[in-house]
Ligand binder design. Structure first.
Ligand SMILES: [Zn+2]
Length: 284
């Protein structure tokens, strides 16, 4: 399976999501020129966001996963929708990257925000547990949301031209029996790396059966995963309007074209003096 997220369950009480995010990760890595452990970090956070969004209900809900730290990687964030659309960005100091994700990140926090279309987003945050991201996501759900969770993420797009990226998220519903939990623990203790599973199995049901042989996984449906920033000239205009009258006046006084660059996809929207004056009339 490629560039898809699979919605499934196992033993009736286990929520299972498995995603191949290869194409979206390659796109994000290319846009942000992320190499080495920055590439791995971007892939993991992007995949984590896709998996998190798949637990939400409405098409216009959004799930954002981000990491703030004081290491060579200072910030990485990804926002995904239940549709499978995802965007991501990363700030890092190329010169000081370490071999591993956790060493490049150092101390920091993992943050989650859920936007439900209306009202303020729900936000949660924990100190990084291992800094390898998958374990941090597992810890976030266990401690902040009291939901027993297992997350695994993997990527080998840096080292192989036909490499893959993806991951899974498994959550227990409250009525899961001890027997099922034991069977799950046994399966996960023997589970193979995510990329290996993605390379070997085209069929989602076969893949999940290989991952959870003791738990009769059932696949409900699949959705395509794609890097889709969703930015537009209209949104860039709104950003300028909300920057306020003072800022717009200052820009107009410079009498030149101003770029608004989307931080997720690097698309540049240019605004001339006439347009800035029009936006000024709409600003507060
Ligand atoms: Zn964009």
């Amino acid at each position: 399976m490629e560039n898809k997220i699979v919605y499934a369950s196992a033993a009736d009480t286990i929520v299972v999501r498995f995603a191949d995010t290869t194409q979206a990760c390659r796109e994000a890595v290319r846009i942000h020129d992320a190499g080495g452990s920055a590439s791995d970090t971007l892939c993991r956070v992007l995949t984590g966001a896709v998996l998190g969004a798949s637990l939400m209900k409405n098409d216009d809900d959004l799930f954002t996963l981000s990491v703030n730290s004081e290491g060579a990687i200072t910030y990485v964030t990804a926002t995904a929708a239940p549709s499978g659309d995802v965007k991501a960005l990363i700030d890092f100091d190329k010169e000081n990257l370490s071999e591993t994700v956790s060493k490049s990140i150092g101390e920091g926090t993992l943050n989650i925000a859920r936007e439900l279309g209306v009202g303020e987003p729900y936000r949660g945050s924990i100190p990084l547990y291992t800094g390898e991201i998958a374990e941090d996501i597992t810890a976030y759900f266990a401690y902040s949301e009291q939901t027993p969770t297992s997350c695994a993420l993997g990527e080998d797009i840096e080292t192989k031209s036909d490499g893959r990226a993806g991951g899974f998220l498994i959550q227990l519903m409250p009525d899961t029996t001890e027997e099922t939990i034991t069977a799950l623990e046994q399966d996960l203790a023997k589970s193979r790396p995510v990329c290996e599973l993605l390379e070997q199995y085209e069929d989602p049901k076969e893949l999940l059966t290989a991952l959870l042989p003791g738990l009769r996984p059932e696949v409900y449906f699949e959705k395509d995963v794609r890097f889709n920033c969703g930015c537009s000239r209209e949104k860039a205009e709104q950003a300028l309007i909300s920057a306020g009258k003072d800022n717009l006046n200052e820009m107009i006084s410079e009498d030149r074209d101003f770029p608004v660059v989307c931080p997720y996809c690097n698309t540049k929207y240019m605004f001339g003096k006439d347009e800035l004056e029009r936006l000024l009339s709409e600003a507060k």
